[in-house]
Design a protein around this ligand. Structure first.
Ligand SMILES: *Cc1c(COP(=O)(O)O)cnc(C)c1O
Length: 491
């Protein structure tokens, strides 16, 4: 039997390609966040073929589709080996970093609850630089997030974490490295404090997990231990869809101890349907990204990952030197891994300073997409400055001869320009403290030239400045409205 299509497949795909053409480019290194391009067409083709092979499979049930379990065993085994896990470390493949983080928190919460049957809401302790996925996890799973302020360079003091430990702490999270500032948190010191108090420790290596095992400092020195080589580490998350170079939708969560890991599972026989037993959030799901990650691991091997990490390291050093050489900008803190946060150098006179957000907008004008990050005033009053983020991937190396001058020219174009002042715009807004309904939020957005047909502005510096200037709940509500209206059917 064949179905009569109401539209021709060729035309449908042409429309899809036209839509894709308007996307930020996913290949070639022009976008320095979100995408992780190994710069190898054969690897892309292999991943696509693996996905195609698994297209009809339901990843929900590894007993019916036994290939899913076979692939997962190998992928988990590969990552466990890289992260110094022994036979006591077990794991699962998830759909991404956020799911791995959610499940690490869910496991810790349930283990903690079992040991504290009469206690209330547990706490989750993490530096303020921890990924927002842990705010989401605390929100979804009913834990109180207790953010530990970091210093102006994004470093957390292990003593500050230790001082907050208590019986109500279900989990401490540190990063290897953190996304916003690329800080490799002091895993050994924090793990020792956690082990003393019997508190679980998660290391979020979503971005570093497949690259830090091959990383060296510029002077050739290795990194301090940060993975399962450290005894007090209970779990580690590592994304294969970042520096594992797999298509989006695949990450690994490893846990030390089978009994602990079983708390990650959900099982029920209490309904009239099939028994539901799984370690992850989704039910039916694609096994495509898993198969692609598995194929890439087999194609590259550890040596291939090491070679790609070396390329990232060389480019990161070049870009660091580039930023160090640009008057008015500086690299924040001591980044570890292929990512950098760039801030204003406040040691130079005001008229020589470069605002990192104006810089990102200027660099975008020459075709390179950097990611703007807002400043953050922490609970202790210490302020992390606004920064611009760069994630460096293997393909970056090929474009360095164009990227470096673009970064320099962008800075020259905006040097001395004051950070965007949102005050005049704010004055035009209606009172912003009431809970906003959808219609009011849309009117405010329109007043700011956002949303509707306008989409997002070319320059993002004003948007970031506004986000920082309005009360947090209002900013969050406006962003919800902006994103929600983006996907409302227009006919
Ligand atoms: C990317 C990232 C996450 C979240 O991962 P997603 O795959 O985007 O859901 C969590 N932690 C860190 C450090 C990350 O870089």
């Amino acid at each position: 039997m064949s179905l009569g299509f109401v539209e021709e497949p060729g035309e449908i795909l042409d429309r899809l390609r036209a839509l894709r053409a308007a996307d930020a480019p996913t290949h070639g290194g022009r976008v320095l966040s979100y995408v992780y391009d190994p710069g190898d067409d054969a690897l892309d083709d292999l991943a696509a073929a693996a996905i195609r092979e698994m297209q009809p499979v339901n990843g929900l049930d590894p007993t019916t589709f036994t290939s899913v379990a076979a692939l997962e065993r190998e992928v988990v085994g590969f990552v466990r080996g890289l992260l110094h896990g022994d036979d006591d470390v077990v794991g699962s493949v998830t759909t991404g970093g956020t799911e791995s983080c959610l499940l690490a928190v869910k496991t810790a919460r349930d283990v903690w609850r079992a040991g504290h049957p009469d206690a209330g809401r547990p706490r989750l302790i993490a530096p303020t630089t921890v990924h927002a996925a842990f705010q989401k996890a605390a929100h979804y799973l009913d834990l109180t997030l207790d953010p530990v302020p970091v210093d102006r360079d994004g470093r957390v003091s292990p003593d500050a974490i230790a001082a907050r430990l208590g019986d109500d702490v279900a989990l401490v999270v540190v990063s290897a490295p953190s996304y916003p500032v690329a800080a490799l948190d002091p895993v050994e010191e924090v793990a020792a404090a956690c082990a003393d108090r019997g508190v679980a420790l998660h290391v979020d290596a979503c971005i570093g997990g497949l690259v830090l095992p091959f990383w060296r400092r510029p002077d050739g020195a290795g990194l301090p231990d940060w993975d399962f080589a450290v005894p007090g580490v209970s779990s580690v998350s590592a994304d294969l869809h970042k520096f594992g170079y797999a298509p989006k939708g695949v990450s690994v969560l490893l846990q030390r101890g089978r009994d602990r890991q079983r708390a990650q599972y959900f099982a029920t026989t209490r309904w009239p349907g099939y028994p539901v037993v799984n370690p992850t959030v989704l039910g039916s799901k694609s096994a495509g990204p898993l198969a692609a990650a598995w194929a890439i691991i087999h194609a590259l091997g550890a040596d291939g990952f090491a070679e790609l990490a070396d390329s990232c390291r060389r480019s990161t050093e070049t870009l660091r030197a580039t930023v160090d050489g640009i008057e008015g900008l500086r690299v924040l803190g001591e980044p570890t891994g292929p990512l950098l946060a760039v801030a204003t150098d406040e040691t130079v006179p005001v008229d020589r300073r470069v605002d990192p957000h104006h810089w990102a907008d200027a660099v975008r004008g020459s075709g390179w997409v950097l990611q703007l990050q807002p400043g953050l005033t922490q609970d202790d009053g210490v302020r992390l400055p606004p920064t611009t983020h760069l994630t460096i991937t293997p393909v970056t190396e090929r474009g360095l001869s164009e990227l470096v001058p673009a970064l320099e020219a962008g800075a020259d174009a905006v040097r001395g320009e004051a950070p965007f002042d949102p005050a005049p715009l704010l004055g035009t807004l209606p009172l912003l403290d009431a809970p906003l309904d959808s219609a009011t939020a849309a009117v405010i957005l329109a007043g700011l030239g956002l949303g509707g047909g306008a989409g997002l502005p070319d320059r993002q510096a004003p948007l970031l400045a506004l986000i920082e200037a309005v009360p947090v709940p209002v900013a969050e509500r406006l962003l919800i409205e902006l994103l929600a209206r983006l996907v409302e059917p227009s006919i």
